[in-house]
Design a protein around this ligand. Structure first.
Ligand code: SAM
Ligand code: SF4
Length: 326
């Protein structure tokens, strides 16, 4: 089992399959974003090898993300490989769902179990405004297809002041009255070149709960406030689904963090919001043995930072969210 020096069991790996995306969400990346050349990214066989090594080290849960993971060539094969790797208990994905209508079935057949779909508003015009390029009908097509194939669904909403922090968050919460989905509200976090925008547009969890509660009635805290993953879970009276609040900025969950991340360009990153990384590409491309690579990974995990430094104005400068994998 990979433990860090604070006795946290780091067993959840989030792999970014590409830094590219078919959308340009305002809180995630600039519209004129430039992407890394393909040769700088991990190749399929390199990802497959690393997954085996991670699983041997004790990683049990894998989430594929990006950029947009569904635009990666061979995505179905990659999922299939991870799902079949010994010791792997779960493969999940975070996606904007634009391409999910066609991919939900093959991905499920390949072994995908859960899917988090990003949808920040139910209003088609605002959806276009927030994503710059997106058509919400494509997302609904993806959600319907995911439901049909039996994938467990969560909806992710990044809350941005002045864009979707009023009626939009309420309408998303209303969905849980008749659907067993979990709608998760994510506080916007600062990264690199878009940090100033993010810092001035954050809506704290407490304010958000009040907005939803005032419109739809009381929110009951579930699990005695124990986190589910990174989310605090609430429910509206009589609702089938739940509401999750991910408050990395105003109520961080660093003490219980069990994650590591692998970026599309092969960097092992132990904290989403800290720039320090271990580059695995040289080991992979210059003949290091499996045992050597595992030793470097274990060592890096041992030094996983205690937590982020947002309270002290320390935030990541080198990458935006899509280059790390949310
Ligand atoms: N493209 C996929 C998607 O949007 O679901 C996966 C990658 S995206 C970077 C992963 C998650 O990060 C999404 O739910 C997205 O809304 C969220 N995200 C992006 N930028 C963020 C930011 N600055 N703060 C908080 N969450 C962010
Ligand atoms: Fe693309 Fe996801 Fe970033 Fe939106 S949040 S631009 S869909 S990577």
């Amino acid at each position: 089992m990979p433990f860090d020096r604070y006795q946290r069991n780091i067993n959840y790996m989030r792999i970014s399959l590409t830094d590219m995306c078919n959308l340009r969400c305002i809180y995630c990346m600039p519209e004129d974003m430039t992407f890394r050349p393909k040769k700088e990214l991990l190749q399929d066989e390199e990802i497959n090898r690393l997954v085996i090594l991670f699983a041997e080290l004790g990683f049990e849960k894998f989430r594929l993300t990006g950029g947009e993971p569904t635009i990666r060539e061979n995505i179905v094969d990659i999922v299939g490989h991870i799902a079949k790797t010994p010791n792997v208990q779960e493969v999940a994905m975070t996606t904007n769902a634009i391409l999910l209508r066609l991919l939900a079935k093959p991905l499920t057949e390949a072994g995908l179990k859960r899917i988090n779909i990003s949808i920040d508003t139910l209003d088609p015009k605002k959806f276009k405004q927030i994503t710059r390029w997106g058509n919400i009908d494509d997302v609904w097509g993806g959600i319907d297809a995911a439901e049909e194939t039996g994938l467990k669904i969560k909806l992710n909403c990044v809350v941005v002041r002045g864009f979707n922090d009023q009626e939009d968050v309420i309408e998303l919460a209303r969905l849980t009255q008749n659907k067993s989905w979990q709608v998760r509200y994510i506080e916007v976090m600062p990264f690199g070149s878009v940090a100033d925008f993010q810092k001035t547009h954050i809506v704290p969890e407490k304010e958000l709960r009040e907005t939803i509660g005032n419109a739809l009635g009381p929110l009951t805290l579930l699990n005695n406030g124990k986190l589910e993953g990174e989310a605090r879970i609430y429910q509206l009276d009589g609702a089938q689904g739940k509401l999750g609040f991910i408050s990395s900025v105003t109520n961080p969950f660093c003490a219980g963090c069990n994650r590591a991340r692998l970026t599309a360009d092969g960097k092992l990153r132990l904290c989403l919001l800290r720039d320090k990384e271990l580059d695995l590409i040289p080991f992979l491309r210059e003949g290091a043995s499996d045992e050597e690579i595992k030793l470097h990974i274990k060592n890096s995990i041992w030094y996983k930072p205690w937590g982020h430094g947002l309270a002290h104005e320390v935030y990541p400068h080198k990458r935006v969210m899509s280059e790390i994998g949310g």
